[in-house]
Structure formats: structure tokens, C-alpha cells
Ligand binder design. Structure first.
Ligand SMILES: [Zn+2]
Ligand SMILES: [Zn+2]
Length: 272
């Protein structure tokens, strides 16, 4: 089976290390055939600037990915971005990133959840039905835009709950039905396995991926993407085996993302 990873970062997001070339070098050494760089996208109004690149870093980011493409032609290196979705910036994602700047793909992530007129951090606060409802509604909105190749860590609510419950089942079913309907793959994200575990009275468990979500997923006709979500070059391909194992455990089908990048790099016939 081919080794692929579509989720990795660079120093520009201010909580990761290294640049595109460092990740791609490690991925090459690890035998990867496709490697996507997908740093945290700037938000045009400068919101949440402490955990993402600045707008004026786009050019340097793209140059770093292009350089990695040139230095490692053996790997298909893709230019991606992990984005939030703010409706007022739809044109930025569609016309600027995917359009003018020709990004190969965008990842949709709900790190913040809109509720009662404001945005709340989705890493916390998800132990309440109202918040879970708002989260699933937001992820569904992200899927329905059609801008994103897949949805990052849909089971992020694992960070703020000790045990599974009915509210989580209903939130998950809403997300999974929408993924089935829109045919947007969901990501089994390995980064949660490398973070501090959640301490429960039954012992520690990874923040995410959270197995009960993926067990429910097996009831739906959906596709999954297994990613490392690397924030350090040495983690370029980290946790991929474990995420693939989880997909296998619940008999989940791996998405075919081989179309990404093919539009901008169509084979040019060689003329002798
Ligand atoms: Zn990050
Ligand atoms: Zn990420």
C-alpha cells in the first residue's frame, strides 16, 4: 500500500517547527509517495493570528512548497492549506487560494464553533448538547461549501468529554449523514494520539481519534483519510500505522485522493 499523508504544517503557524522541505525529506526517507503540506491558513481579517500564518506569508509558504516539489520529484508534493470556514471569506478560499494561487486542495476544520453570535474554541466546551449541535451544524456547513477535500478531525469533541454518551451519538450521526450525502471524506487524525491523553476514571485514552465515532462511521457509506497532522519534521509520517489500523478495525474505506493536484500538473507530453 502507498504511503501518503495530506496533513502537515510549517513553522509559519507559530506552533509547528521546520519548513516544507524538512517534512518532505523525512517523508521521502520514510517511503511516502504523496505528501501534502497544509499549514493553518491565514484569515483575511487577522483573526486568531497566534496559531496561523499571516496573510503576507502566503508567498513564502508557496515558494517553500514549490522548492520541496523541485528538490524531491520522486514524491508528489501537494500545496494545501488547513482552513476554517467563515462565510464572509468564502471568496478568499475559493477565488484566491484555490483559484488565483492554484492550491491543490483545502482541508476543512472546525477549530471554532459559531454559537449564539460568537465563536467558541472547539477543543473545549463540547460537553454540552447545545455546543455539540452547533459543532455538527458548522461541520455540515463546511462540507456543503464543496471547497474542501476532506474534513479534519471530526471527532474533536474527544478533547472535552470523559465518556461517550447519547448526545455524542446524535452529533456524530449528523456529521456522518452529511459526509455520506456530500461525499466528503472524514479524517482519522493521528495528532490526537501524540498529544497528552485524556485522563478518565477508566484510564487514559487519546484525545482523538475516538473509536466510538469511527465505530458509528462503519454504519455509513463514507470514506476516510488517515493523516499524521505533523507539526514537527520528525513526525512527518507519525501515527499513520495506528490510524490505518483504526480504519481497518471498523472496516472503513480509504478515500481515493489521487485526483488532487492532477489539474495543475497535467502531464506535458515530452517532445524530443
Ligand atoms: Zn496545528
Ligand atoms: Zn492540522
Amino acid at each position: 500500500m502507498k504511503i501518503t499523508n495530506y496533513h502537515s504544517h510549517t513553522y509559519r503557524c507559530k506552533h509547528a517547527q521546520g519548513d516544507a522541505l524538512d517534512y518532505v525529506r523525512t517523508a521521502f526517507q520514510g517511503g511516502a509517495s504523496v505528501y501534502g503540506i497544509s499549514d493553518h491558513s491565514p484569515i483575511p481579517d487577522g483573526r486568531y493570528a497566534d496559531v496561523r500564518m499571516a496573510l503576507d506569508e502566503l508567498d513564502s509558504y508557496e515558494a517553500a512548497v514549490r522548492r520541496a516539489q523541485a528538490d524531491f520529484p520522486e514524491i508528489e508534493v501537494l500545496l494545501g492549506m488547513e482552513c476554517e470556514y467563515f462565510p464572509e471569506f468564502h471568496a478568499f478560499y475559493e477565488d484566491e487560494l484555490l483559484g488565483r494561487r492554484d492550491y491543490d486542495y483545502l482541508i476543512g476544520a472546525g477549530h471554532y464553533t459559531p454559537i449564539e453570535g460568537s465563536w467558541r474554541n472547539s477543543f473545549a466546551n463540547m460537553d454540552h448538547p447545545k455546543m455539540l449541535n452547533a459543532y455538527s451544524r458548522h461541520l455540515i456547513e463546511i462540507m456543503e461549501t464543496g471547497l474542501y477535500a476532506f474534513i479534519a478531525h471530526p471527532d474533536l469533541f474527544g478533547c472535552s468529554n470523559e465518556f461517550w454518551n447519547e448526545d455524542l451519538t446524535s452529533c456524530s450521526r449528523d456529521i456522518l449523514s452529511a459526509a455520506e450525502e456530500t461525499r466528503i471524506p472524514l479524517e482519522i487524525n493521528g495528532y490526537g494520539m501524540r498529544k497528552e491523553p485524556v485522563q478518565t476514571s477508566n484510564g487514559p485514552r487519546p484525545q482523538y481519534p475516538w473509536p466510538p465515532f469511527w465505530e458509528l462511521a462503519s454504519e455509513y457509506d463514507i470514506r476516510v483519510v488517515c493523516n499524521s497532522d505533523a507539526h514537527r519534521p520528525q513526525d512527518a509520517l507519525a501515527s499513520l500505522e495506528e490510524t490505518l489500523q483504526l480504519a481497518k478495525q471498523f472496516d472503513l474505506k480509504i478515500a481515493d485522493l489521487s485526483h488532487l493536484g492532477s489539474s495543475s500538473r497535467q502531464a506535458v507530453p515530452l517532445v524530443a
